[in-house]
Design a protein around this ligand. Structure first.
Ligand code: ASP
Length: 455
């Protein structure tokens, strides 16, 4: 046994810590350090350590994740389409996942609004001293624009800009064309399968740095986010967090059990790394490689379904974001003393579902969509200033909920098509990143060494 010690656990008696456990430790250590540094509030540390070194490492880590997304989605989807071999199945998977994504989002926001109406955050809120100026809402695209833009004019630009819906569209067309060429495509298909495996290895490499990446990202966030920001809007934060957890642990898990009969506990254990990545990066998009890896290698969902459903969900399905919009709307309606009425809330549900289709899973986009929802029901957009301060932490939690929704729908669709390998799902160790995964193939190693020797 040689090479990397990345996965060499430090637990006693020869017990190795799993990568997930290490990421958890990184996260908790990050919270503790962040809270301490926030209290210390030292200018040097804030500028050079947190704003400098930590910001740099955190950015490198998130960049590395984003770097994987486009090539991984391309090769896995191409492999998926050619692997399905049946275009009707592809249509079914597309239709079912789209329907389920809309359903979970509508359900999420409905529950959020009901919960918020019961709790009533924002009633009796004192607006004095709140600076409500300066929030010019960026425009969220209309749903028609979104549909029109699914077809790229230039695929190279789509790939360069990471336009996920366009990439999915183009790759599917390409995959179908490959299928149409029949046996002549054999070499190309094998090449894509190989590239898909290569990309999965790159995911493994990047993921092995996650404990450090997560540690710095969390430490930075908690250093910069003071507790004082939370106090005035505590009712909003608590209601929102409650609604998010309700959706995460109850609604989604009931759906999973009901539609598939699979164990929610096993599911939760296996999706945890992706949730931690989503929490730390606040981006469903950047988390795609980890979500994809969790559902395929850890849960046994076939790549033919996952390679489509996961990136599609990361782009159009945002349950957590919809929940935030529901709670925020009720909160702001209470603050401003405006009664939206049943029609108002139904509009909010419809708008939030449509808005979630059009906006990519990147940090903070939920707030942009909120401006659109508020505008539609006549609430002052400046109200967003009230919740801006706490939005980063809320974004982290809702992104974890967003990707869990993606994984649940992916699993439901795959199970319906008989595309889940239950022996993988039930094996607690399946797909765990192990030490062996980080080894270089010895024969290649020897060849490379020989080649270097010759020079
Ligand atoms: N950050 C979220 C995501 O990437 C979107 C949002 O709610 O802002 O899923």
């Amino acid at each position: 046994m040689t090479s990397t010690d990345i996965h060499q656990g430090s637990g006693g008696e020869g017990k190795k810590l799993s990568l997930t456990a290490k990421i958890m430790i990184g996260m908790i250590a990050g919270v503790i350090l962040g809270v301490i540094l926030n209290m210390v509030d030292n200018a040097f540390i804030n500028t050079h350590i947190i704003g400098g070194l930590f910001a740099m490492i955190g950015k490198m880590f998130v960049n590395a994740l984003k770097m994987l997304v486009v090539p991984l989605v391309f090769f896995s989807l191409l492999t998926g389409v050619t692997g399905i071999g049946d275009i009707r199945l592809l249509g079914r998977v597309g239709g079912k996942s789209f329907g389920l994504y809309l359903m979970t989002t509508a359900l999420a926001i409905g529950i959020a609004i009901i919960l918020a109406l019961i709790i009533g955050p924002g009633n009796g809120f004192d607006m004095t001293g709140v600076d409500t100026g300066g929030i010019a809402g960026r425009e969220a695209p209309t749903v028609w624009d979104v549909f029109a833009a699914i077809v790229p004019t230039n695929p190279v630009a789509a790939f360069a800009n990471g336009e996920m819906l366009q990439i999915i569209f183009y790759t599917i067309i390409l995959g179908v064309a490959v299928l149409m060429l029949g046996h002549r495509s054999k070499g190309f298909v094998e090449g894509c399968e190989y590239m898909n495996e290569v990309m999965m290895k790159v995911v493994t490499i990047v993921m092995s740095f996650a404990p450090i990446g997560v540690f710095v990202l969390i430490a930075k966030t908690f250093t910069e986010q003071g507790i004082e920001l939370f106090i005035p809007v505590l009712a909003y934060v608590l209601t929102l967090t409650g609604a998010l957890f309700l959706h995460l642990f109850i609604t989604l898990m009931i759906m999973l059990k009901l539609f598939t009969g699979m164990s929610p506990f096993t599911f939760m254990a296996k999706i945890r790394p992706a949730q931690l990545f989503a929490f730390s990066t606040a981006s469903s998009n950047a988390t795609i490689p980890v979500t994809l890896r969790s559902v395929t290698e850890r849960m046994g969902v076939d790549n033919s379904v996952a390679s489509f459903c996961v990136p599609f969900g990361a782009t159009i399905n945002m349950d957590g974001t919809a929940i935030m919009q529901g709670v925020a709307t009720v909160f702001l309606a209470n603050v401003y003393g405006i009664d939206l009425g049943v029609m108002g809330y139904l509009t909010v549900i419809a708008m939030a579902v449509l808005a979630s289709i059009g906006t990519a899973g990147v940090p903070g986009v939920g707030l942009v969509m909120l401006t659109m929802v508020l505008g539609q029901v006549g609430l002052p957009i400046e109200g967003i200033a009230l919740i801006l301060g706490v939005d980063r932490l809320m974004d982290m939690i809702r992104t974890a909920v967003n990707i869990t929704g993606d994984a649940v729908v992916t699993t439901i669709v795959a199970k319906g098509e008989g595309k889940v390998d239950m022996s993988v799902f039930n094996d607690p160790n399946a797909g765990q990143i192990a030490e062996e995964d980080m080894h270089i193939d010895e024969s290649v190693e020897a060849e490379l060494a020989e080649a270097a020797h010759k020079h």
